[in-house]
Ligand binder design. Structure first.
Ligand SMILES: Nc1nc2c(ncn2[C@@H]2O[C@H](COP(=O)(O)OP(=O)(O)O)[C@@H](O)[C@H]2O)c(=O)[nH]1
Ligand SMILES: [Mg+2]
Length: 406
């Protein structure tokens, strides 16, 4: 009896203990929380990866649509009858400032529904063949500024431009002086895509300028080969932070001196954050500069970093050599490598810095946070930060164009 009693007591106790354990596992945070949160985490990760893919896809579609529209605008059915905007490089200075002037011309063309014609001869001092030797022309069918009618005028004109077939554009400063800047210039983006764009990009106007720059800067095959060869020869690889240090003539009136330390502080911060997430075997820095001695200074001061840079290119950026083919090729290579870097540190007072950032937007990701300006904030010369959208032509029929390599 006694033994039976003891046995029953042991079984009851064992049962009670196992019920308690099962119960405790179900309600105790020690067990339940990690199970629940890891499930939650993986669900969250899955959703954010899916959302990321969707955003990327949406940006790719929007980009394709805008490139189609620009192609449509630039290849009118009858070039002789098309309304045109004529753009030249008169009074423009360095390469960055020339491309920014072209971005203004292309935005004016898109906003007013006119085909942009570039006459690059005057003001293009690098070589006599002009823009088309390095970059693809803006049109396959319409490259001449002459029209069926003789009407020709300079913009802006008092009674509007509607009846004028060919309008020549001055520099944007002229519009700023007279306060007649059209509302469709940045930060305005085309109204018909603005909502879609806002859903997938945190700075739509930067994406929009990036699209215009992408259309403008299409390297000719030989330019592309040069960029590719230099990229390989320099050992450009990821991860890499691009820094652009603008010195020489820029410091006379337009900008102030910034030591290499100011740039490198931000490079260091970038790598410290990155190393929290993954192992980084080499801290690589792509250095573009017009200051010849800077590469040696940087290598001496920062032996733990690997500097990727071409001192011959910096030499060719010397003020007295800038108007040469070699110098132009040098800045084109530098710009492409700055734009391909994972993060960019530079002075936004420089057209080169801002242009590299705009070129970065070519990717189908929101690249708006990949920049740290050492001096002033990013801006587009002539911008109106209050206007976020504007009515612009929608270019019906443009979606029927099939584009190659976009
Ligand atoms: N290769 C090379 N050239 C540069 C660099 N920085 C400036 N330059 C030269 O300086 C010119 C400056 O151009 P610009 O558009 O006036 O830009 P900003 O003066 O810096 O606003 C470029 O066209 C190049 O000739 C650089 O990092 N690399
Ligand atoms: Mg300049």
């Amino acid at each position: 009896m006694n033994t039976l009693y003891k046995l029953l007591l042991t079984i009851t106790l064992a049962l009670l203990i196992s019920i308690f354990i099962v119960f405790e596992r179900q309600i105790s945070p020690r067990y339940t929380q990690p199970m629940k949160s890891s499930k939650k985490d993986s669900t969250r990760l899955r959703i954010s990866a899916k959302e990321q893919r969707w955003k990327q896809n949406e940006l790719r579609k929007l980009s394709y649509l805008i490139q189609q529209r620009l192609h449509f605008l630039q290849n009118p059915p009858d070039c002789r009858k098309a309304k045109k905007i004529l753009c030249t490089f008169k009074k423009t200075s360095g390469f960055g400032s020339k491309v920014h002037h072209l971005s203004f011309c292309m935005l004016m063309a898109y906003g007013s529904g006119r085909t942009l014609i570039l006459e690059s001869g005057e003001g293009w001092a690098y070589f006599k063949e002009g823009w088309d030797k390095c970059f693809r022309p803006f049109s396959e069918t319409c490259l001449h500024g002459t029209g069926e009618t003789t009407a020709f005028n300079k913009w802006p004109i008092p009674d509007g431009n509607e009846s004028i077939q060919v309008v020549e554009l001055p520099l944007i400063v002229k519009f700023m002086e007279t306060n007649e800047k059209p509302v469709f210039l940045p930060w305005a983006v085309p109204e018909d895509i603005s909502e879609r764009l806002r859903r997938v990009h945190s700075k739509p106007h930067i994406w929009w300028i990036g699209q215009i720059i992408t259309y403008i800067l299409k390297p000719q095959p030989q330019t592309q080969s040069l960029i590719d060869n230099k990229t390989t020869a320099l050992g450009f690889a990821h991860p890499i932070v691009g820094i652009h240090v603008r010195r020489t003539d820029k410091l006379v009136r337009e900008a102030t001196y910034h030591g290499i330390e100011e740039y490198m502080d931000h490079v260091k911060k970038y790598y410290q954050e990155l190393e929290k997430r993954k192992a980084v075997s080499v801290r690589r820095v792509f250095l573009a500069t017009d200051e010849v001695g800077l590469l040696y200074e940087a290598q001496n001061k920062y032996p733990d970093y690997l500097f990727v840079s071409d001192n011959n290119i910096s030499q060719s950026a010397n003020v007295s050599l800038r108007r040469s083919e070699e110098s132009l090729m040098g800045i084109i290579v530098d710009l492409h490598l700055l734009a391909r870097s994972d993060f960019l540190v530079c002075t936004c007072s420089s057209n080169i810095c801002r242009l590299a950032y705009e070129m970065m937007q070519h990717s189908n990701l929101d690249a708006s946070k990949k920049l740290h300006c050492v001096d002033r904030r990013y801006y587009w010369h002539g911008e109106n930060i209050k206007l976020k959208t504007a009515k612009m032509p929608v270019y019906e029929g443009a979606e029927n164009f099939h584009l190659h390599g976009v």
